[in-house]
Design a protein around this ligand. Structure first.
Ligand SMILES: *[C@@H]1O[C@H](CO)[C@@H](O)[C@H](O)[C@H]1NC(C)=O
Ligand SMILES: *[C@@H]1O[C@H](CO)[C@@H](O)[C@H](O)[C@H]1NC(C)=O
Ligand SMILES: *[C@@H]1O[C@H](CO)[C@@H](O)[C@H](O)[C@H]1NC(C)=O
Ligand SMILES: *[C@@H]1O[C@H](CO)[C@@H](O)[C@H](O)[C@H]1NC(C)=O
Ligand SMILES: *[C@@H]1O[C@H](CO)[C@@H](O)[C@H](O)[C@H]1NC(C)=O
Ligand SMILES: *[C@@H]1O[C@H](CO)[C@@H](O)[C@H](O)[C@H]1NC(C)=O
Ligand SMILES: *[C@@H]1O[C@H](CO)[C@@H](O)[C@H](O)[C@H]1NC(C)=O
Ligand SMILES: *[C@@H]1O[C@H](CO)[C@@H](O)[C@H](O)[C@H]1NC(C)=O
Length: 881
């Protein structure tokens, strides 16, 4: 409060001062060319002493009328900045965190208060002090000088794409974040001599093209920073490769890291999630010989968004959350193992949720069966039967896949699949074909002339790929042309085969179903033993071997031999003790129920992987302790217990004012988003509830027990075979009733949790004299009566902000909708919470009636049993995007 007041006071002072200095200059002759048209970066006044010889003083503040342009002869010095006309972007000098070097760059204006650099001029040529300045020459060249002895030697300069005429030129920072050089008198607003949008750094802004001008050869590609502190060019680039049919790649040096793939008329073939939405629009154009580009837009500027390639090579779509003041990752490339380029080698299909991940295509077998067995799939698969190279060859269709690398392809937009097939058959080196464009049905022809690599299964949004095979590998009867009799026979044969196999299928289905029910218990164990995603490089492998382990004696000492006084509680997977290591660090020790049905190696692997999950809203796993059949997990200790202790307690919840509660809701949402989308593992929590949210010293939330569902999903302790993961009151209908779970079941639990946080009431055990509804049903009723504010607990009334409260309830109701497909995913939920965009109306929620399930207290992690028709868990925890 006080700070912002001081700030506005300061700005008022600045305005008065600049007005004064403006007048002063009118009175005392023309302004010195050095200073006009440039507004100073006020924050920098506080941050830094002025450059040597040019002390910062208020007299450096100038008219802000033309503050977005620099004219010939003017200089932009360190400490000054150009501001685009609407204030969205700034150009000036900055110093990266932890670095002493200075760079000229562009960052966001007022909408993003945390300085976020979107473009850097002198990436590889840092300036060591604050004497640097930028000027514009008569030829339209922007020259950056370090102000040192080589005053005339530019450390960086722009390259004119076109010589100007005799007209004066100006440099201007546009609202889009584009720094352009143009003739001052130029009528066409898009006719630039030079623009920064042609020279991307690590960021793709809305409206910026990623791609190539195929006439001039200009390649607009992103290039990562070397590190968070060094904007020099790093290893990773994002570009549209134009060798073969154009495709979007992330490269590390020359090697392909991730292949988003070719554009199929709707999206890049490997990125099914790239769908236009009210928030984002996507554009792709490919005109042979002229240009190819991709760009995205944010219609109506509802959010501040950008794509960025991180120093570690992750391509991410980020959105600024003004409410929480951080960048939120909305989508990440390379999120699952099948997004590692070539993981499965040639002629193999990659499955995210199966073990093993890679399977040879039909008719192919591993090139090196030994390696393949050891989960080293890189060498891929080879044909069992060589191609005959005559008309006896045929094709096998693989549906719903990501199309392979298109580096060696030919294509024709005008012909259809039938002709495509004939063309491919007619050339011995053609290995497969598919449609080129699926935006209006299917059209065009794309043919491969190389081994097929980087194919993956995509349940949503995959395409059909036809792979050339020797005739003998194709079991189907291929009807021959020109012999009607035979053809008819074939059809009859096929028809009867089909009908009898249908009958067979039905019978089989019934048998399988019955069997499946019996096998459920066994399947649970199988799921647990699913191998982990393969870790690629040897370096990574070595890293992984550093299993953070603790000696049993250390733990015994730390917990006073598991003294009852140290016991914090009983979690779903065993008791939890508080402990203190000899160095003074406090820890929480979770002693796992004896036999989990899981091998020691798998357990270790899980622990290593989970210990790598790091997010400020996840409880940190420090390591484990393994001794005979004793397995323990060691976590950081959270002094403030769990959320249920606060919100369901009359006095404690007074400590949580509205501000704190929104921080908690946002934190939970972000932690969950990280689990679902951002971490390498794609984890579904499955047991999200108030007692699994721990609070740190500052009452910030940390999700606990994530991934345990995966490790200990079955928890088959003898005599207690009916434990499943999940807690009544938080479980979505499809999970509780059909045992189906997905990220959307976590979203449901999140919605329930939000309602509980706002109301201070438990969903289960909720009682209201007027009706038979639980908290979800109660909230839904109030919402429809326009009385949603009646939901919040009394202790909030003073501190709350009504519109924020309504928005939270609205989002919660969207999360608990009956149908999983209606619920938002976590990235959408985070966006909804963080912005002011209009939201859709919620539909009927799931499980809104109070029911009387078998007695179990929802606060402790009691689990449900078979009698309530909840399946034994038989699915994996990872989930397709
Ligand atoms: C602009 O920079 C160039 C090269 O750094 C230098 O030669 C020239 O004198 C500068 N012009 C002004 C007006 O500072
Ligand atoms: C400037 O452009 C010319 C011709 O387009 C090119 O040859 C030269 O390498 C470019 N220089 C820089 C620094 O980009
Ligand atoms: C590609 O570059 C050339 C030469 O600079 C230019 O004339 C042409 O307009 C550019 N093409 C597109 C589509 O921008
Ligand atoms: C700066 O240094 C601190 C401490 O070493 C580190 O935590 C932080 O991540 C660094 N910042 C960047 C951008 O690398
Ligand atoms: C953007 O604004 C226009 C007119 O102001 C409106 O018609 C359109 O629906 C808006 N689009 C979105 C996505 O909000
Ligand atoms: C195709 O080639 C194979 C092997 O070269 C041969 O056995 C077969 O008869 C040929 N088929 C036709 C239809 O030409
Ligand atoms: C595409 O196929 C049509 C019909 O066969 C042909 O006329 C045309 O030249 C082909 N186009 C290309 C680019 O090969
Ligand atoms: C088959 O395709 C390859 C690769 O495009 C081409 O080089 C070759 O000339 C073609 N062969 C025939 C017979 O068309």
């Amino acid at each position: 409060m006080i700070t912002s007041f001081t700030n506005s006071l300061f700005h008022a002072v600045i305005e008065v001062c600049s007005a004064l200095s403006l007048r002063a200059n009118h009175e005392c002759g023309p302004p010195s060319p050095q200073k006009s048209s440039v507004s100073s970066l006020t924050d920098d006044l506080w941050a830094r002493p002025g450059p040597s010889g040019k002390p910062n003083s208020l007299s450096t503040f100038w008219s802000t009328i033309d503050a977005d342009t620099l004219t010939i002869g003017q200089s932009l010095t360190d400490g000054e900045s150009l501001v685009s006309s609407g204030g969205s972007f700034r150009l000036g000098f900055f110093r990266p965190e932890n670095s002493s070097s200075r760079y000229l760059g562009i960052w966001y204006g007022a909408r993003v208060p945390t300085q976020t650099i979107v473009w850097v001029a002198n990436r590889g040529a840092p300036i060591s002090d604050t004497r640097g300045f930028l000027n514009l020459t008569r030829e339209g060249i922007l020259a950056l000088s370090d102000g040192g002895r080589n005053n005339n030697l530019a450390v960086w300069s722009s390259n004119v794409t076109r010589r100007p005429g005799n007209n004066p030129v100006v440099a201007q920072l546009l609202e889009s974040g584009n720094l352009v050089v143009r003739e001052a008198a130029e009528e066409n607003p898009d006719n630039f001599l030079w623009q920064s949008f042609d020279y991307l750094t690590n960021t793709l802004l809305p409206g910026m093209k990623l791609g190539r001008n195929l006439t001039s050869g200009l390649n607009r590609k992103m290039r990562s920073w070397r590190s968070g502190e060094d904007p020099a060019e790093g290893d990773f680039s994002v570009l549209i490769e134009t060798e073969g049919y154009p495709q979007l790649l992330v490269r590390r040096g020359a090697a392909i890291q991730f292949r988003a793939g070719s554009w199929n008329g709707l999206r890049f073939t490997g990125v099914p999630a790239l769908n236009p939405s009210p928030t984002f629009s996507f554009e792709y154009r490919y005109e042979e010989g002229r240009e190819v580009f991709f760009r995205f837009g944010v219609p109506n500027n509802t959010v501040v968004s950008r794509y960025a390639i991180s120093p570690a090579g992750l391509l991410q779509l980020l959105t600024w959350s003004s409410r929480t003041g951080v960048w939120i990752v909305i989508a990440t490339g390379q999120g699952d193992r099948c997004e590692n380029y070539g993981l499965c080698g040639t002629y193999a299909n990659c499955y995210t949720y199966r073990a093993p991940a890679c399977q040879c295509l039909t008719g192919f077998s591993p090139r090196n069966p030994g390696d393949w067995g050891r989960s080293d799939w890189e060498e891929g698969c080879v044909r069992r039967t060589p191609l005959a190279c005559n008309s006896s060859d045929g094709f096998i269709m693989h549906s719903r896949v990501k199309l392979p690398n298109t580096a060696v392809t030919r294509w024709n937009r005008t012909i259809g699949l039938a002709e495509c097939r004939m063309l491919c058959l007619g050339n011995c080196s053609c290995t497969g074909y598919s449609s080129l464009d699926i935006s209006n049905g299917e059209s065009g022809c794309l043919m491969w002339f190389d081994d097929l690599i980087d194919i993956r299964e995509l349940a949503d949004g995959g395409q059909d790929l036809y792979v050339r095979m020797a005739g003998s590998e194709i079991r189907e009867v291929v009807p021959e042309q020109g012999r009607p009799n035979r053809r008819r026979k074939t059809i009859i044969v096929i028809a009867s085969v089909i009908s009898s196999s249908m009958a067979l299928l039905v019978i089989l289905g019934i048998l399988l179903y019955a069997r499946k029910r019996k096998l459920k218990q066994k399947e649970t164990l199988k799921t647990i033993n699913t191998p982990l995603p393969r870790i690629k490089s040897q370096k990574e492998r070595n890293e992984e071997l550093d299993l953070p382990t603790f000696d049993l004696s250390t733990i015994v000492e730390a917990t006073n031999d598991f003294a009852i006084g140290n016991k914090l509680g009983e979690g779903g997977f065993g008791p939890v003790y508080m402990g203190k290591l000899s160095e003074g660090q406090e820890i929480a020790v979770k002693r796992l129920s004896k036999s989990s049905g899981q091998g020691l190696n798998e357990f270790k692997n899980e622990v290593i992987l989970f210990s790598k999950l790091q997010h400020r809203n996840l409880v940190r796993l420090l390591g484990c302790c393994i001794n005979d059949d004793e397995k323990m997990l060691i976590y950081e200790y959270m002094p403030n217990k769990s959320l249920d202790f606060f919100i369901f307690n009359e006095t404690q919840r007074k400590l949580l004012n509205w501000q704190r509660r929104t921080t908690i809701i946002d934190g939970i949402a972000r932690g969950l988003l990280y689990l679902h989308q951002d971490s390498r593992l794609r984890i579904i929590h499955r047991d999200l509830k108030a007692s699994n949210i721990l609070l740190d010293k500052e009452l910030r939330p940390k999700i606990s027990d994530f991934g345990l569902a995966r490790t200990f999903g079955g928890d088959q302790t003898e005599g207690e075979t009916n434990k499943v993961v999940g807690t009544f009151g938080y479980m979505s209908p499809e999970y509780a009733v059909d045992g189906l779970f997905s990220v959307k079941s976590d979203v449901f639990s999140f919605g329930v949790l939000v309602l509980e946080i706002m109301s201070g009431r438990r969903n289960r055990g909720f009682y209201h004299a007027d009706h038979d509804l639980n908290l979800v049903g109660h909230a839904w009723t109030l919402w429809n009566e326009g009385a949603a504010l009646g939901l919040i607990d009394d202790s909030l009334n003073e501190s709350c902000n009504q519109s924020e409260v309504l928005r939270c309830i609205h989002v919660a109701l969207l999360c608990v909708q009956q149908r999983p497909e209606d619920r938002p995913n976590m990235s959408a939920a985070v966006l909804m919470l963080g912005s002011e965009n209009p939201l859709p109306q919620p539909k009927l929620p799931g499980f809104y009636l109070r029911r009387n399930p078998p007695e179990a207290d929802s606060s402790s992690s009691k689990n449900i049993n078979d009698s309530c028709s909840v399946n034994q868990v038989s699915m994996t925890v990872m989930e397709p995007r």
